[in-house]
Design a protein around this ligand. Structure first.
Ligand SMILES: Nc1ncnc2c1ncn2[C@@H]1O[C@H](COP(=O)(O)OP(=O)(O)OP(=O)(O)O)[C@@H](O)[C@H]1O
Ligand SMILES: [Mg+2]
Length: 149
């Protein structure tokens, strides 16, 4: 099987001018990533993690609201293409907490899983791309994305 054709190469950084471009990146990832696939996101408060996820979920046909999963830990979005699992591991102290919630099976049964702050899972999902989202100094209307892996 060939690697999915993602809109960014490993190591590449690109500016995202406004929420529309942020959502468009999410949409492109939704179509590029395989069923059961994982996308890791890192990025400080307001860097655009939820906005990218909104674009991803909308591209798969879900029309409801997408919010930050911070207080829920994980949130499933039922799309016509299958479930998108949105996980925020920021407050997870030990990955066993996630695996105790049957994360592996949930991921395997989802169209796609978006995992924020999942560094402790990177080794377990070696094929999953990692994107870092950042503010750009002096440009509040811009973010930038770097594909770390
Ligand atoms: N590429 C972009 N350019 C400019 N503004 C953006 C961009 N992407 C998102 N935003 C805006 O930045 C704000 C924060 O975005 P978002 O909620 O997606 O961030 P987040 O990383 O999920 O933050 P949090 O950590 O608080 O959950 C929103 O107002 C959103 O519209
Ligand atoms: Mg968010």
């Amino acid at each position: 099987m060939t690697a999915p054709d993602l809109p960014l190469l490993p190591g590449e950084t690109r500016p995202l001018h406004g929420p529309g471009e942020q959502r468009a990146l999410g949409a492109a990832l939704a179509h590029a990533l395989p069923a059961g696939g994982v996308l890791f996101l890192e990025g400080e408060l307001g860097a655009g993690k939820t906005t990218l996820t909104q674009g991803l979920v909308a591209a798969l046909g879900f029309s409801g609201a997408v919010t930050s999963p911070t207080y829920a830990l994980m949130h499933p979005y039922p799309t016509p293409a299958g479930r998108v699992l949105h996980v925020d591991a920021y407050r997870v102290r030990d990955v066993r907490e996630l695996y105790d919630m049957d994360l592996e099976d949930l991921i395997a049964g989802s169209r796609l899983s978006v995992i924020e702050w999942g560094a402790d899972l990177y080794a377990d999902y070696p094929d999953a791309p990692i994107l870092r989202l950042e503010h750009v100094a002096g440009e509040p209307e811009v973010r930038q994305v770097t594909r770390l892996r």
